[in-house]
Each structure stands twice: as C-alpha cells, then as structure tokens.
Design a protein around this ligand. Structure first.
Ligand code: 2AM
Ligand code: CA
Length: 265
C-alpha cells in the first residue's frame, strides 16, 4: 500500500472540500433535523461527504468508508483500510456562527489509526499526522505535549453533562470542574481534540461521540504523546459510539484515577 500517496491525496481532498465550504458561506443553507430538533444537518454536510466518497471510490475502490451522513458503508469490522469522515464536525456552530467547525478525517488500517486530518476551514488551519512521522499544523511541526497538573489545566467539556440522563454519574465531574483552572466548551469534538494536541486546552471530555468525531483527532493527539481513551480508561473501538477522555500525559491518569474512579461506576 502506498501510504504516501493516500496521505497526499487525502490532504488535497480535505483542502478542496474546505474551499467548497468557504464558498458556500453566502448561499442559503438547507437545514434539516435528524434524531431530534437540535440534531442538525445541512445540504453542505451531505455534499461534502459525497464529494469525499466520490474521490475515495475512484482512487481506492477496495477501501471502506464510514461517514456521518450515511453515504458510505455500514462497517461490521475494521479489517482493511477504513476512511472515517465527518464532513462538518460542529454542524450547529456552522449554521449559527459560520465558525468553530471542522472537517475531520481518520484513515485506519485493521483498526489502527494511520492518518488523521482535521481542517479548521475558517482559519485555513490544516492539522495532520501520519502515525510515526510527526504531526503538523499546515507545514509546521507540532511539538510533543508535556505533563501538567489539574490545578493549572483548562478542561474542554460540554455543559450538557449537568443533565442527569447521561450514562455517567454527573456528580463525578463536579470536583473536576472545581479543581481545574477553568473549563471551555467549543461544540466541536474535532477542534477540541486539536486544542488538546496544540496545548490550548489540557484535556477534553465528552459523554457520547461517534467514531467519525474522534477518529482523526485520535491519530494527531497520540502522535504528540497525548492519551485517548473512553471515560473508563478503555481503548476506543472506532465501530460504536463511546465516551471520550483526551488529555496530556500525566493529566489523563490523574483524571481517570482521582476523579473518574478508574471507570468503576
Ligand atoms: P457534529 O457536529 O458532527 O454532530 C458537540 O459537542 C460535538 O458532539 C460535535 O463534535 C458534534 O458533532 C458531536 N455530537 C453532537 N450530537 C451528537 C450525537 N448525538 N452523537 C454523537 N456525537 C454528537
Ligand atoms: Ca458532522
């Protein structure tokens, strides 16, 4: 398999998709709802996913594709090469703010992340990593992450955890929020993972995400020495929805052990 070629093409397609999104800003969006009134999708989410699928099928007909909007394949396993695509991560932000969203792409081989690409379209910032070959912001190498403690950390999380219908006892998170220096919420898992990768925040927590939300970010964060698991400290499977704990080394262990009771809840 020519991975260099896959990497190069994937980067080109992501940039082209970003250009399409930028040029859509002055057009009227067609907005629909999915599972509930706040679960939104636009014509751009669908068009961008179909753009990727057309390109991948043409160049790599034997690769599998998992896309949020469902135009790809239904994956039963991760054998072979699988592209995991979120055409617009942060759709609600895209609609309301025209910023704070990203294209997210992870390319996996037999369940192992090889390539991660996240494109902050509005800022024209292309984050990418190839496993073992470093992580980059555009052409600039990103430095490895260093350890930090909870008292000096900023934690990204979605405030919906205060609702009691989540799978985790929300009381576990109260001491974490109290002890951290601050919390932030950006509404886009892909960029929140990038903020960990770049040290803008120190950890990111989510109760429930899909594989396309974290597949690209996981490759980039891990390449920089960050730790990516679910909230029980288990490896992600990339086939099902899961919770997410992404953090700098050291801090990940602290959050898991001192606050999340090592997943014993
Ligand atoms: P999306 O914009 O692609 O839907 C918002 O906190 C983050 O969670 C975004 O990355 C968003 O991705 C994701 N998200 C929103 N609703 C979700 C759901 N029902 N299941 C999984 N991920 C979701
Ligand atoms: Ca999406």
């Amino acid at each position: 398999m020519n991975w260099e070629n896959i990497y190069k093409l994937a980067l080109t397609w992501v940039k082209e998709a970003g250009e399409r999104i930028r040029s859509s800003f002055d057009q009227t969006l067609n907005i629909q709802t999915k599972s509930n009134a706040n679960d939104l999708v636009t014509n751009m989410d669908k068009e961008i996913e179909q753009f990727f699928i057309g390109k991948i099928r043409e160049s790599f007909p034997d690769h599998k594709i998992l896309g949020e909007e469902g135009f790809g394949d239904e994956l039963k396993d991760l054998e072979g090469i699988a592209w995991m695509i979120d055409p617009i991560d942060g759709t609600m932000n895209f609609i309301h703010q025209q910023r704070n969203f990203a294209i997210s792409l992870g390319i996996y081989e037999n369940g192992i992340g090889r390539i991660g690409i996240i494109y902050d379209v509005v800022h024209d910032e292309l984050y990418h990593a190839f496993k073992g070959k470093g992580a980059y912001l555009n052409d600039k190498v990103l430095p490895a992450l260093s350890e930090t403690n909870i008292q000096e950390s900023i934690i990204a999380l979605n405030a919906t955890w205060v609702m009691k219908n989540h799978r985790i006892d929300h009381n576990l998170l109260i001491p974490l929020v109290r002890d951290a220096r601050g919390t932030r919420s950006y509404g886009t898992a892909a960029l929140e993972m990038i903020y960990v990768a770049t040290g803008r925040v120190d950890a990111y927590i989510s109760m429930r995400l899909s594989p396309w939300d974290f597949a690209g970010g996981a490759v980039i964060v891990e390449e920089l020495g960050g730790i990516v698991t679910n909230l029980r400290g288990e490896k992600l499977e990339f086939l099902n929805k899961d919770s997410l704990l992404v953090a700098k080394p050291g801090l990940h262990q602290t959050i898991l052990k001192d606050y999340l009771k090592e997943g014993k809840w």
